[in-house]
Design a protein around this ligand. Structure first.
Ligand SMILES: *Cc1c(COP(=O)(O)O)cnc(C)c1O
Length: 407
């Protein structure tokens, strides 16, 4: 049972509660659909993650929370208080992280399409700029060097290595193979290091990897750390950090619950790989950077929705709710599973499809689910929606973006 990750949801008698408060009571004050986040749960996940890094003797760990998972200001503010840095992929995320108080020297900037204005802003956002531009192409490195030259600054850069491993996850969220647009091949990194004109106003401070998201099997992670270590040992530049990326998954389904690596197992695996392939072979001790997203925020959030009506079509039964794929796109985009829970439990269940209001067949949160027969106005909760929920919301069908409540 060790793999069951804590969540804020719990039935008390037959009523669903969130952080111990009846959901009906919370929903009275807000119009549905809305996202509901638990600060207590966020706190627990961050502390568990950081503590595990310390326990497993990771050298001066730095957690750079992947802002794209959930960029809510209060979430970022709280993570800042806990000591977290940020992994950003746009100027918008960078500005939000800075506004939340995150130290620029704890911010890494990833992404294949950093523009000149984004690079300029990141370079000038503090005396030393950001902690690292995680560079994903030679062209980007050249541009950073040019901009830094013009500004008479030195840009801190790290190469994102494409370790050519196949992470076992949905094909849309696997990023570590050479057919993917992310990162640089080892041979290209070694070539770039030998071109002096790339390095007049840049300094190599680290190497990074990120092989995919919702990882449950850590074999690819170990292979990627091996590749990262081999490269780091092969270049004779004293690096300040090695960045092992993010990607640790959460349990959305029963099947995942059984095979998912816990935070402790993940950290133990990462630490053992780093010691085996890197630290045992050198005197040098760069710090380790982590870029967790989903594992820190996935479990702390739910999407609360009301039933609009039900409908039957021959022998199909539909429960139509007021949340749609524009609020939470993961089921439509990744065929992702989210549990849907009624606010009030009942022993009598029917088989139903839970669908939203959007004019798309893929606007469906679950087919053939067992739920009570619900009436208009009754509440349902879509579980595990703290990560890649609100940040991926859109105005499709001219709908409003759902509010976020941080309890
Ligand atoms: C998305 C992303 C992450 C976070 O991934 P999770 O699966 O949410 O942990 C980390 N690093 C980079 C570069 C990313 O693009």
């Amino acid at each position: 049972m060790k793999n069951i990750l804590p969540t804020p949801l719990q039935y008390k008698k037959n009523s669903l509660t969130f952080d111990g408060i009846a959901l009906d009571k919370i929903a009275k004050k807000h119009s549905t659909p809305f996202y509901l986040y638990s600060k207590k749960t966020l706190d627990l996940y961050y502390k568990t993650f950081f503590k595990a890094a310390v326990t497993h003797e990771i050298p001066s760990p730095l957690v750079c929370y992947a802002v794209k998972a959930n960029s809510n200001s209060e979430v970022l503010g709280h993570l800042n208080k806990l000591g977290s840095g940020a992994d950003v992929v746009s100027i918008g995320e960078l500005k939000k992280a800075l506004k939340a108080g995150i130290d620029p020297q704890k911010i890494v900037f990833s992404g294949v399409a950093k523009t000149a204005s984004e690079i300029l802003f990141a370079l000038k956002c503090s005396k030393r700029g950001i902690y690292s531009f995680n560079v994903e192409s030679i062209e980007e490195l050249e541009l950073i060097n040019q901009i830094a030259l013009k500004e008479k600054r030195i840009a801190r850069v790290a190469f994102r290595l494409n370790p050519q491993v196949n992470a076992k996850t949905h094909k849309h969220i696997s990023t570590g193979n050479k057919t993917h647009k992310f990162g640089l091949l080892k041979s290209d990194i070694i070539e770039a290091l030998a071109v002096p004109s790339f390095w007049t106003h840049t300094t190599l401070v680290g190497l990074s990897i990120h092989i995919g998201s919702q990882l449950t099997d850590l074999k690819a992670t170990v292979s990627a750390i091996k590749e990262l270590s081999t490269l780091a040992l092969g270049i004779d530049i004293p690096l300040e950090f090695l960045d092992v990326g993010g990607g640790l998954g959460i349990d959305y389904t029963q099947a995942e619950r059984a095979k998912l690596a816990s935070i402790d197992t993940y950290m133990k695996t990462v630490s053992e790989a780093l010691h085996k392939y890197y630290y045992s072979k050198t005197e040098h001790t760069p710090r380790i950077v982590f870029e967790p997203g989903r594992i820190l925020v996935g479990k702390m959030g739910v999407l609360v929705s009301s039933v609009v009506r039900t409908k039957t079509s021959d022998n199909c039964h539909f429960t139509i709710i007021d949340a749609g794929m524009n609020d939470l796109i993961r089921p439509a985009l990744y065929e992702a599973h989210h549990d849907v829970l009624p606010a009030t439990k009942s022993a009598k269940l029917i088989i139903t499809d839970i669908v939203g209001p959007i004019c798309e067949t893929s606007d469906c949160f679950g087919t053939k689910r067992k739920l009570p027969s619900l009436k208009a106005g009754e509440l349902v909760v879509i579980d595990n929606a703290g990560a890649y929920g609100h940040t991926m919301a859109s105005h499709y069908n001219e709908r409003k973006i759902a509010n976020e409540i941080f309890l």
